[in-house]
Ligand binder design. Structure first.
Ligand SMILES: [Zn+2]
Length: 497
């Protein structure tokens, strides 16, 4: 059984599109002109994703202000904000590099989406030759639109949550109806819920269980058959190549997250220091039967915040390690996060969003290849895959003579050869091993063109890339324009300060 693989959803927006968003905010172009740029970038995303061999394609969220705000506003600066919202809501997250993202504030009821994700699915279906997936936002994120303390006059918290659940259900159902084969729910606030950041009051309120219960209120409205294709994505954030909650112990989230009755999970893991522990926790807490559906753990094998391209062999090795703890029939591969969840993001560690798009495609192609390698390693059926997991856990030499005979009957010999000594190691000349793991990794991949560029970008020697950097006065290292006095009411909320 091949190991499935799936991307989270977003890709960096080309600089030209980011400039179009800004021009639209400044009233220099109209919405139709912005839309033309969005459509162009979306079509490019789909075509390039299809070339990587990705199972399901997306438009890279090129038409969305962000993964969280697409139902609420046209742009992150607040142009086209939905009714009953003001720009000055609470922080969603404060990132490690110091920038933050803020949500709008609900001012009254009823709460209604201005836009549903099905709109994007319809357009993508018209372009794509491959099956389409769509990411949607969790009710647990949008519940933060309601003020943390007190009630809005004439619109109680309970009324709001009822309306919110209805809108999220509609968002998911309509995405499927428009032709999406998979719908994953972004749940980046899960890990952040245990951060206890004094600067960000909601993270002190122990809201994780509340989040999970609210999300299940929506998920449980779907049949087991539907939930098989409804996923949950978790990560410690991924904006401007920075994170918001990686220091929060992962077990706090993973011990509860699988209470969500979703059929699959897209789980950040590649950038964790102790991946083995993450595999173990996912194996321990994910459920064989979540009200009629087996939970598939798609483990992150690619780090979208790092321009260094993972090789297919590295991807394969991660999956083989994961199979020691997670039953292979419930194992998949993904990226740690979307490649750019917010529309204004110049990907500072990459040097430019256009270069980051090239790198993203290279990384995705290698994830697909590496997953195929791991699938071959894990054999055509579950029995031989379990043998692999045992071999890599114990080392074939440490199995008893009977165990070795049984393992040999269940899977081709090369499985354990792969686990014990990488085929890459045998194929490559010795000198490749002498350059050290980092350089060897960069040399891998598809010809190494993009990897070489990544190396140059990291060393800061690429004149071309420097030339593509946005105006530093506008950027200040966070990749997004900062608020300035007089930016106006609607712009107050959504950009980092
Ligand atoms: Zn994410």
């Amino acid at each position: 059984m091949p190991i499935p693989t799936e991307l989270v959803g977003s890709l960096p927006r080309p600089m030209k599109l980011q400039e179009a968003y800004q021009a639209y905010d400044e009233g220099k172009i109209d919405f139709a002109q912005l839309e033309a740029e969005q459509d162009k970038a979306a079509e490019d995303s789909i075509k390039r994703l299809e070339q990587t061999g990705e199972t399901y394609v997306t438009d890279g969220e090129q038409r969305e202000s962000s993964f969280a705000t697409y139902p609420l506003t046209d742009t992150l600066a607040g142009t086209g904000l939905a009714d009953n919202l003001a720009g000055d809501g609470q922080f969603f997250a404060i990132f490690d590099d110091g920038h933050h993202r803020q949500l709008p504030r609900l001012t009254g009821g009823p709460f209604r989406y201005k836009r549903f994700a099905s709109e994007f699915v319809e357009k993508n279906k018209a372009t794509a030759a491959k099956p389409v997936k769509q990411a949607v936002i969790a009710p647990s994120m949008l519940m933060l639109l309601y003020p943390l303390e007190g009630e809005i006059e004439g619109y109680s918290r309970e009324q709001f949550l009822d309306d919110l659940c209805d809108e999220v259900e509609k968002d998911i159902r309509q995405a499927f109806a428009a032709g999406a084969e998979r719908v994953s729910i972004d749940f980046t606030e899960g890990r952040l819920a245990n951060k206890n950041d004094a600067r960000n009051p909601w993270t002190n309120k122990d809201m994780l269980q509340e989040f999970i219960d609210l999300n299940n209120r929506v998920i449980d409205r779907f049949s087991a058959e539907e939930r098989r294709n409804i996923g949950i994505h978790t990560c410690p954030g991924g904006d401007c190549d920075s994170v918001h909650s990686k220091e929060v112990p992962y077990e706090k989230l993973l011990s509860k997250m699988f209470q969500l009755n979703a059929g699959y999970f897209l789980i950040q893991c590649a950038s964790e220091e102790d991946r083995e522990n993450v595999y173990k926790l996912c194996g321990q807490y994910s459920r064989e039967d979540a009200n009629g559906v087996a939970q598939v753990c798609f483990m992150g094998v690619i780090n979208p915040l790092d321009p260094e391209v993972e090789t297919p062999e590295q991807v394969k090795e991660q999956l083989v390690s994961a199979a020691k703890y997670i039953p292979v029939e419930r194992l998949g591969a993904t990226d740690d996060c979307g490649f750019s969840p917010f529309s204004r993001d110049v990907k500072p560690k990459h040097g430019s969003p256009d270069f980051a798009r090239d790198i993203a495609m290279q990384k995705i192609a290698n994830r697909v290849k590496g997953t195929r390698l791991a699938s071959r390693s894990s054999g055509p059926n579950e029995t031989s895959a379990r043998a692999i997991a045992r071999c890599s856990r114990a080392g074939v030499g440490r199995l008893s003579a009977g165990g070795r005979r049984r393992a040999a009957r269940r899977r081709p010999r090369r499985h354990c050869d792969d686990a014990a000594r990488s085929r890459v190691g045998r194929r490559r000349p010795i000198r490749d091993h002498d350059v050290g793991p980092r350089r060897r990794d960069l040399r891998g991949g598809d010809g190494g063109g993009a990897s070489r560029r990544a190396r140059r970008a990291q060393r800061g020697r690429s004149r071309g890339l420097r030339g593509e950097r946005p105006d530093p006065r506008a950027d200040r290292g966070h990749g997004v324009r900062r608020l300035r006095p007089g930016d106006g009411r609607a712009r107050a909320g959504l950009l980092p300060r």
